[in-house]
Write a protein that binds this ligand. Structure first.
Ligand code: CAA
Length: 258
């Protein structure tokens, strides 16, 4: 597919994107971000793919936005070009679930990219942090907002203000990651979890992702109503009949995405 900064692969109906800028700890430059959102959009449109995994290397998921690329920019450049906004919004438009499989450093934009995914599986080597404060700036892709919602104000404030890293064990304890996995098993486990999701009814999966994400944007009453209406709507799908028949007939369901 001719990508320079990422590698793409498919396994068991899962789209796997591996960030690949080894010389720069997978720092997120404009080219990598452009390729990443293009690859995700392609997987999202591909009917044979049911979920995606984004991963990096053993050393680094991603060590943040590319500092060397950002250094010469002025306020005028960043504001006029709306730095990172198109890529951020493109990530949020992906309707199939994305798992971040994080080993090594997930710092700055790397931590923020992981938090933009639907959940994070961490290797026991993972380190999360928002060290932008050390560069005389602050997070620009959700580090002050999403991290606070994941781990609470106190920890998020400390990490944002001091640049302290959080290891995998603390990240699991704080609710930033769903599970910690031995580093040598991370990718296989992430792909296997994504494959399990890909095996479920696609419309129910998309509706579930939308409903959980809605809980961040709305009141409890509105969120509960949204959930219930989506639940009702799924009774219009053939997969609801198939899923319930399969349970009653003690067999596995064969979902068709209809
Ligand atoms: N941008 C550009 N290059 C980076 C980079 C980054 N974010 N992170 C690492 N690199 C490069 C280094 O410059 C180095 O390149 P050279 O060999 O050409 O010098 C190479 O990757 C290896 O890095 P180190 O030698 O520093 O490796 P290390 O093992 O000693 O340290 C590290 C690893 C702790 C991740 C360290 O590289 C580091 O602190 N990186 C920067 C982390 C950071 O500040 N991230 C926030 C960026 S700003 C941001 O993300 C804004 C936002 O919210 C969107």
């Amino acid at each position: 597919m001719g990508y320079k900064c990422i590698q793409v692969d498919t396994r068991d109906h899962v789209g796997l994107v591996t960030l690949h800028r080894p010389q720069a700890m997978n720092a997120l430059n404009a080219e990598l971000l452009r390729e990443l959102v293009e690859a995700l959009a392609k997987f999202d449109a591909d009917e044979t793919i049911g979920a995606m995994v984004i991963t990096g290397s053993e050393k680094a998921f991603a060590a943040g936005a590319d500092i060397k690329e950002m250094r010469p920019k002025s306020f005028v450049d960043t504001f006029r070009d709306d730095l990172f906004t198109p890529e951020h919004n493109a990530m949020l438009r992906v309707r199939k679930p994305i798992i971040a499989a994080v080993a090594g450093y997930a710092l700055g934009g790397g931590c923020e990219l992981a938090m933009m995914c639907d959940f994070i599986l961490a290797a026991d080597t993972a380190k999360f942090g928002q060290p932008e404060i050390n560069l005389g700036v602050m997070p620009g892709l959700g580090g002050s907002q999403r991290l606070t919602r994941f781990v609470g104000k106190s920890k998020a404030m400390e990490m944002n203000l001091t640049g302290r890293f959080m290891d995998a064990e603390e990240a699991e304890r704080s609710g930033l990651v769903s599970r910690v996995i031995p580093a040598d098993k991370l990718i296989d486990e992430a792909v296997s979890v994504a494959a399990k999701i890909a095996d479920k009814a696609p419309l129910a999966v998309m509706a579930t992702k939308e409903a959980v994400n809605r809980s961040y944007e709305t009141t409890l009453a509105e969120g509960l109503l949204f959930e219930r209406r989506m639940f009702h709507a799924l009774f219009a799908t053939a997969d609801q009949g198939e899923g319930m028949d399969a349970f009653i007939e003690k067999r596995s369901a064969k979902f068709r995405g209809e």
